[in-house]
Design a protein around this ligand. Structure first.
Ligand SMILES: C[S@@+](CC[C@H](N)C(=O)[O-])C[C@H]1O[C@@H](n2cnc3c(N)ncnc32)[C@H](O)[C@@H]1O
Length: 193
């Protein structure tokens, strides 16, 4: 299946964005609220309309980057947060990024890529994070679809991708998921080895 730039851009253009929460997700907000260091360089890959980027930026985290294949999604962020630096809204492919970060945030991006790329995602994430950098966020713990996103998976499968590069600090059922995702998500906090 080709999950191209056109595929995703079309979703935003036609407003077929069922994954979009319209607000910062509670589990991520809870995590953000206990971060002390506002200088952290944070990546939100496949961030889409990224209410998380907006929340972080408006709460003093100025070093936040969103990479996404959809121009419309990035423009939407800019409309809501005019001061968000253009250079931190990267129109492009996560797998082509060439930079390093302290923290990467996952939410419905991993489930949106072709499952054949999951191993590559873990490897790329390791490369993009600085030493002791963290990958934090949510992964679906549910079967979901096999021929189009969102693609499902489970803890056992995911562990196999990440365990060689990361220490699994947290990898547990999420207790405060959005109402229609309750019981279907894992909250993860992985630290690069
Ligand atoms: C299901 S949406 C999730 C958006 C956002 N994370 C959220 O929670 O609302 C998946 C997003 O990943 C983006 N995307 C898919 N493949 C990508 C890639 N290889 N590189 C960058 N962005 C990608 C899509 O354009 C889309 O915005």
């Amino acid at each position: 299946m080709i999950l191209s730039e056109k595929f995703w851009e079309n979703k935003y253009k036609t407003n077929k964005i069922g994954w979009d929460l319209g607000e910062v997700s509670a589990p991520l907000k809870t995590y953000f609220d206990q971060l002390i260091n506002k200088d952290l360089k944070i990546l939100i890959p496949g961030g889409g309309n990224s209410y998380e980027a907006e929340y972080l930026f408006n709460n003093g985290f100025k070093n936040v980057y969103v990479v996404d294949l959809s121009k419309t999604a990035l423009e939407n962020i800019k409309k809501r947060v005019p001061n968000f630096p253009n250079s931190q809204l990267i129109l492009g492919n996560f797998f082509d990024l060439n930079d390093t970060f302290d923290l990467a945030i996952e939410q419905t991006f991993f489930c949106a890529i072709d499952p054949n790329l999951r191993e590559k995602y873990a490897y790329k994430m390791k490369d993009l994070l600085k030493s002791k950098g963290k990958l934090v966020g949510l992964l679906f713990d549910a079967k979901l679809n096999t021929d189009h996103p969102p693609f499902g998976g489970n803890r056992k499968e995911y562990t196999a991708y990440f365990e060689s590069y990361f220490k699994m600090d947290v990898f547990t059922k999420c207790y405060n998921s959005f109402h229609n995702r309750q019981g279907m998500e894992l909250f993860i906090k992985l630290t690069k080895n």
